[in-house]
Design a binder for this molecule. Structure first.
Ligand SMILES: [Zn+2]
Length: 113
């Protein structure tokens, strides 16, 4: 499952950060998911909890937020931020949008103690 692979890397990042800081526990992990990231938010959070078992992040609270993607309209040249799909150009209403980025997943914040 794709989400589980992502979750395992999230937990590995959190554990590595905790070890570097000499912490005993990861208390919180905050993720940013691009609008186009191929991961279901709820599934990913659930997988994080599974992947965190028997790690420093076993009791951590996992949170994820969606980030908008950038788009460039092929019809009128407008650049826009797209927060949901399907999307239309906010200027001309066209659907000829080229999306840029938005498929990233990043760990934005880790709480340790
Ligand atoms: Zn347009």
């Amino acid at each position: 499952m794709h989400e589980l692979t992502l979750a395992e890397s999230v937990v590995a990042i959190a554990e590595a950060a905790a070890r570097r800081a000499g912490a005993r526990r990861v208390t919180r992990v905050r993720l940013a998911l691009g609008l186009l990231a191929h991961a279901e938010t709820d599934t990913l959070l659930y997988c994080c909890q599974l992947a965190a078992r028997d790690t420093l992040a076993a009791d951590a609270e996992f949170q994820a937020e969606r980030r908008p993607a950038q788009a460039h309209c092929g019809d009128c040249g407008q650049r826009a931020e797209i927060a949901s799909l399907p999307a239309r150009c906010p200027r001309c209403g066209g659907e000829n949008l080229a999306l840029e980025g938005g498929d990233e997943m990043r760990v934005v914040d880790i709480g340790i103690r």
